[in-house]
Design a protein around this ligand. Structure first.
Ligand code: NAI
Ligand code: MG
Length: 348
């Protein structure tokens, strides 16, 4: 890639994935001064039904050659649960070492929250979650015996390395340092998950010494569920493990206006592989093919993609365009394409 070309891999995927990605690409084309060269990859349920393939090694190798990946969503009720998630989505995240799973949670003006924001969050809601993306209980370290019998045994081991914790904690501190409030909160459960929990706690304390201008605190994950609903303004940057991060970001999306707005990046900060940007939501089979999906989460994911590529001004322009669109939305019902076109039009 050169400075004025973005070599983009596009995985529309299943259900509403291709619908929302199409709108994300419209916005990318409208805002971006660079030439965007796209390569579309047919991955997901359709390919699995046709060929039995999830992620062929040759495709994984091709993906490594791009500057970034834009993903819609993967998953379909016609495929056994776990097949596409583990063999396709998690495999990309693990093989490309996407250890920083970055998920902003911001309540934009004009967006309805199920919370009574005036009373519980008068200072607004604006935090980011740095979820560890390559370890925890998601590594597939486990097994089963005597499956389907009354004596069935199943284990699912949470893998936590000091190296893995330290690199995301350092990334989270750096992000906190760049933000106005400069505050980091570790979420874990070290009173019960003592081995991993104390390793994370010590890692935050030790790395925190390198960032004297950033304050840090800690909350147990269960208490954090209460705070997210009763006092969400307390959070600025959250750092946590893979599973807790998965759960906390769904609640974070819910309190900031819903899953249709929640963006994410699967980031390899050392840039030796392409990072992957995707809405937090799934393939939404219940509304697929009806033009009902909100493409905003994907459009905000495109902004994160541009930011990661150093195109900060273009990222900010998308965020402003989305904020303006959200502020004027009210109760109007628009299709997926109408929302995408309206936002793209303000950027052209
Ligand atoms: P989901 O996020 O697809 O849908 C949950 C609910 O939110 C549904 O009612 C859906 O209609 C709604 N929704 C989702 N995105 C929306 C949007 N952009 N606009 C408006 N409404 C939206 O989660 P669900 O139903 O648990 O999973 C469906 C499939 O997606 C499963 O196969 C699951 O494994 C997969 N999945 C894939 C993910 C990914 O590709 N990263 C993430 C989460 C789920
Ligand atoms: Mg999730």
């Amino acid at each position: 890639a050169t400075a004025d070309t973005i070599d983009l891999a596009v995985i529309g995927g299943d259900g509403i994935g291709p619908e929302v990605v199409a709108e994300g690409l419209k916005v990318l084309d409208a805002v971006c001064d660079a030439k965007v060269a796209r390569t579309e990859y047919d991955l997901g349920a359709r390919r699995w039904h046709a060929t039995g393939e999830t992620l062929p090694d040759s495709v994984l190798e091709e993906l490594r050659g791009h500057d970034a990946i834009l993903l819609g969503a993967i998953g379909d009720p016609s495929v056994p649960s776990g097949v596409l998630e583990r063999q396709l989505l998690l495999r990309i995240r693990f093989e490309l070492d996407h250890h920083v799973n970055l998920r902003p949670a911001k309540l934009f003006p004009g967006v309805k929250s199920p919370l009574d924001v005036n009373s519980v969050a008068p200072q607004g809601i604006d935090f980011v979650v740095v979820r560890e993306g390559t370890e925890g209980p998601y590594t597939g370290n486990g097994g089963a015996l005597r499956v389907g019998t009354p004596n069935e045994l199943a284990t699912e081991v949470s893998v936590n390395t000091r190296f893995g914790a330290e690199r995301v904690v350092r990334d989270a501190f750096a992000r906190a340092q760049a933000r106005e409030r400069k505050k980091l909160t570790l979420l874990h459960k070290h009173n019960v998950l003592s081995y991993a929990g104390h390793m994370w706690r010590r890692t935050v304390e030790e790395v925190g010494a390198e960032f004297p201008d950033v304050t840090h605190d800690y909350a147990h994950i269960d208490a954090a569920m209460i705070y997210l609903v009763q006092d969400p303004s307390r959070f600025d940057v959250i750092v946590t493990d893979n599973l807790f991060g998965d759960i906390v970001t769904d609640l974070a999306a819910a309190v900031t206006g819903g899953i249709g707005l929640a963006a994410s990046g699967n980031i390899n900060p050392d840039r030796s592989t392409p990072s992957m940007f995707e809405p937090v939501h799934g393939s939404a089979p219940d509304i697929a093919g009806q033009g009902k999906a909100d493409p905003t989460a994907t459009i905000l994911s495109v902004a994160m993609l541009l930011e990661h590529l150093g195109r900060t001004a273009e990222a900010r322009r998308i965020e402003h365009a989305v904020a303006a669109d959200l502020a004027s939305r009210g109760d109007q019902v628009r299709s997926t394409a109408q929302i995408g076109e309206a936002i793209a039009a303000t950027l052209a």
